[in-house]
Design a protein. Structure first.
Length: 346
């Protein structure tokens, strides 16, 4: 493997540090700091491995932590390599090794089904682990378009895992929301799951996938009866492009989508040859940073939510060439399709 990472792996003095993350949160930060400290003291090269995830490393606490440690132990930070699935990761100091997230592409292929969509509702949103933007959008849809939507939300007050992943504080501190009464009230109804499905315990697995695994008929009954899926991607802060099965699944199932994700997400999907839905609604939200994006997405939700079922069916018929194109393009994906981001323009 003729890369900086490959060369480092061949060295005797190398410390591999694995990071457990969700978006910019590093859950094992104390262990990470301990391992980095040990490596610097022992004059080892360091590899920071995001183990298949793709956050923007500059949005995590790592920059500050590593700078402080490097100053303390007189360590050259250029000896640090970051291994990430963030296809647009850049850094002024660390070396970057990118891996194409083909495992998530292949995971999504398991959910391929041939079915007929009979649109009866406007939206579907399926959430396993809560966070600020997911809580914001799910609670908004549940409150404003309850009868027009399929909503699952696996937050459970009885679970320590879920109590550590709520998102109310994030909405206040990062999303500048003053009134959080709607999401707070929404949590009283959670977990909102199908009666035959147990709430997700400790997993970021999208419940739509869990439903598909455990109860095909009920999942497909839901999926074939709504027009647009609200996709809440895993990484959304800073400069990142890390598409997961959350995005690939509606493409495979020929369903239009609205994506809450990082800035320029839809533009980068289009760079890969996919088509999105700016012919039918405003997709300017994807040009906004994460802390403003939900405000614009709600405007799109309001617009679509006011359409009649007849209008939704007409829209769906008009979308057929786009939906079929996206499915075909998805099934063609290889690692080479991610190489275009070496020259990312955003």
């Amino acid at each position: 493997m003729d890369t900086v990472y490959g060369q480092m792996l061949a060295l005797k003095f190398l410390k591999m540090v694995k990071l457990v993350t969700s978006n910019t949160q590093i859950w094992n930060i104390h262990s990470v700091v301990s391992q980095i400290t040990h490596a610097m003291i022992n004059d080892e090269n360091i590899v920071l491995d995001f183990i298949g995830e793709g956050p923007d490393v500059s949005e995590t606490v790592l920059d500050k932590v590593i700078l402080e440690l490097a100053n303390k132990y007189q360590y050259d930070t250029k000896r640090i390599t970051v291994v990430t699935a963030n296809q647009v990761q850049k850094h002024n100091v660390f070396s970057i090794e990118k891996s194409a997230p083909l495992n998530l592409v292949n995971n999504a292929k398991k959910y391929a089904h041939v079915y007929t969509k009979d649109v009866k509702k406007h939206f579907g949103i399926f959430i396993g682990r809560s966070n600020g933007p997911r809580l914001d959008l799910a609670s908004y849809i549940y409150n404003a378009f309850h009868n027009e939507s399929y909503v699952t939300y696996h937050y459970s007050l009885s679970s320590e895992y879920h109590r550590n992943n709520i998102g109310l504080e994030e909405l206040v501190t990062d999303f500048n929301q003053i009134d959080i009464s709607v999401p707070a009230s929404f949590l009283k109804h959670c977990p909102i799951v199908d009666s035959t499905i147990e709430p997700v315990a400790q997993s970021d697995l999208n419940p739509a996938q869990q439903l598909l695994k455990n109860d095909n008929d009920k999942f497909l009954t839901r999926y074939c009866n709504f027009l647009v899926e609200i996709v809440c991607e895993t990484c959304y802060n800073g400069n990142t492009f890390f598409p997961t099965e959350k995005t690939w699944r509606p493409m495979l199932l020929e369903t239009p989508f609205i994506v809450q994700g990082p800035q320029w997400y839809l533009h980068r999907l289009r760079d890969m040859g996919f088509q999105t839905f700016d012919r039918w609604w405003d997709e300017g939200y994807s040009e906004d940073p994460a802390n403003w994006q939900n405000t614009e997405i709600k405007k799109v939700i309001d617009y679509v939510g006011k359409l009649s079922i007849e209008q939704l069916k007409k829209m769906y018929n008009e979308m057929q060439p786009t939906l079929k194109h996206n499915k075909k393009r998805f099934l063609e994906l290889t690692s080479k399709d991610f190489e275009i981001f070496k020259n990312d323009k955003y």
